[in-house]
Structures are given as C-alpha cells and as structure tokens.
Design a protein around this ligand. Structure first.
Ligand code: GDP
Length: 299
C-alpha cells in the first residue's frame, strides 16, 4: 500500500481542509493562519509544532512577499519537509552478518505484526531472516510470532513461556551465526507497568546481542501506534527512558485521520521515523519517505 492510499483517512480530513484553505482566493490574514493552525492541530501534528509551523509560514510569506494562499502552499510543504531532514531513515546493517534488530513497545501497538511484515519484506528481497520470540511474558505472543514466521517462510527461535528473553536472543544469534542467517529480528515484552523489570530485561537483551555480534543491536526500534495520537508520544518518552531507541516504527497510519502525528514524533522525540505500517496485510509496511508522506498529508 502506498503512502497516498495508506493515508486516505488523514488526507480526507486534513488535505481537504487545507486544500480548501489554500485554494480559495482569500487573503493571507489572521483568520487564514488561525484556521491553518486548527487544521494542523486536528491532524495531530502537536500544538507546539502547529504553532511553530504557522509562525514560520508567516515569516516566509513576509520574506518572499507572497500575496495569496495558493502561492503559500509550496512554502508549507517545504516547512513540513524540513522537519524530516537529517537522521538516517534507512535501517542500519551489520558490516558482517548477522544484523540484529530489537523491537520494543507496549502491547497492542503492532510490534509482532511489524516484525512479521519486515521479515517478509527482507525475505522477498532474498535475505535469510530469523525471528527471536523474546516476548516470553504475554500469553500467545510466541504463537503469534510463529504464525507470522510461517506466513513469511521464516524460522522462529522460541523457548517455553516465561523463559529468559535474553537466552532466546542468544540462541537465535548463535543459530544465525552457525547457519548463515543475515537478519535476526527480536520481539520483546511490552509491559510498561513494571518499568524496572522491563528495563532490566531489555538491557540484558541489548547486552547479550552486543557481546555476540559487534555493533549489535544495529537498531532498537520503538513501535508506536499512530491511532493513539499524542498518547503515543507520552508512551515513547516513557519507553525511551526504559530502553533507548535508534528509530521509530509508526503503525496503523491507515487507521487514523490524525496521520500528522509523524511530524510530532519526529520533532518531539528527535528520532527518525524509519518504517510505517499502512495496513494489516503482510505487504503493508513501508520505509518512511518524507516526501511521499508530506505529499500524501497535504494532497
Ligand atoms: P503487539 O502486541 O505490539 O505485538 O501488536 P500486534 O502485532 O499483535 O498488533 C495488534 C493489532 O494491530 C493487530 O490486530 C494488527 O493486525 C493491528 N495492526 C498492526 N499494524 C497495523 C497497521 O499498520 N495498520 C492496521 N490497520 N492495523 C495494524
């Protein structure tokens, strides 16, 4: 699914509103800027970010002596794009395989689904992928990962429920090294209610990975559910304290009219959005592309 299709709900809400605002032959007056700010806030780009965008747009309009709303449109596009500049979007890979990614995030955000989709994507590209069932806590998590493994034809290393997740990751990495798997994707538990335990658990996984493969984990990806809007940001901040992260996966962008949240995430967390979920299907995971995203947001 493309960004354009995946962001249909947001496009209908925000794009339509913005298009009306910019296309109608009004003036670039206070009423215009107020409505723009409201539309951006409604799309969940965040109050601070919306205010900053509007201020910057006012400034750019003045500087470039723009007279009417249609001419200001490309300026808004450029200001949004600028917010995604810097920070590599491509997933880091190991110099010598295996590349190890650890996925963190609270239950229900789409962690297992994302791992399944990415496994499929990598396998389709001809890579040998192994999954590590590191969520040994939640009932059903291991089985769910195994189902995704079957779907994408990728083996899963799992131990009994309640086992030490770091031991699962260790075993998966040993298998990857012995059998030549290029990627190890590690699921983890998401019970933020018990912060200290979770922190210890995730830190141990990271430590074990780093000991077994130089530079691992090559990514710690924090998975966030876009439909939870600004709550996703609060969750991210809590999680960052617990686990640290190198990038964001924003899931369920297709399920919300508030798809502007990627802007807020990028701005307020200072972490690159690396992948986005645009549906429940196995193919509905895309590398984040700022231009396609901003275009989909505004069109
Ligand atoms: P986990 O608990 O974090 O592992 O979450 P799951 O992977 O089990 O996903 C929870 C629910 O979200 C499932 O019903 C998924 O199908 C759904 N889901 C995950 N990613 C997406 C997405 O990008 N779009 C939509 N619409 N649903 C998604």
């Amino acid at each position: 699914r493309s960004f354009h299709d995946g962001l249909a709900k947001t496009r209908q809400a925000l794009g339509g509103r913005l298009a009306g605002l910019f296309r109608r032959g009004g003036k670039l007056d206070d009423a215009f800027y107020e409505e723009l700010e409201e539309a951006l806030i409604a799309a969940d780009v965040g109050v601070e970010t919306a205010m900053a965008l509007v201020d910057e747009l006012r400034e750019a309009v003045r500087r470039e002596k723009i007279a009417d709303p249609p001419a200001a449109w490309p300026l808004l596009e450029a200001l949004l794009l600028k917010r995604f500049a810097g920070g590599a979007v491509d997933l880091a890979t190991a110099e010598a395989p295996p590349t190890v990614y650890v996925f963190v995030g609270v239950n229900g955000v789409g962690k297992t689904t994302t791992i399944g989709k990415l496994a499929h994507r990598l396998a389709q590209a001809g890579h040998r992928v192994l999954l590590a069932a590191g969520d040994t806590f939640r009932a059903g998590a291991i089985e769910q990962l195994q189902i995704w493994g079957e779907r994408s034809g990728v083996p899963v290393v799992a131990k009994a429920p309640g086992s030490d997740p770091a031991a699962v990751v260790y075993e998966a990495i040993q298998k990857a090294k012995a059998e030549g798997f290029e990627f190890v994707l590690c699921d983890t538990a998401g019970r933020l209610q018990n912060k200290v335990n979770l922190m210890n658990e995730l830190n141990k996984i990271v430590r074990v990975a780093g000991r077994e493969v130089p530079g691992a984990p090559h990514e710690v990806l924090l998975v966030l559910d876009a439909t939870t809007g600004q709550n996703a940001l609060l969750q991210a901040k809590a999680f960052r304290e617990v686990a640290g992260a190198s990038g964001i996966v924003l899931t369920k962008l297709d399920g919300t009219a508030k798809g502007g949240v990627a802007v807020a995430v990028r701005e307020q967390l200072g972490l690159p959005v690396k992948l986005v979920g645009l549906g429940e299907g196995i193919d509905d995971l895309q590398p984040f592309e700022a231009e396609a995203y901003v275009r989909a947001l505004l069109s």
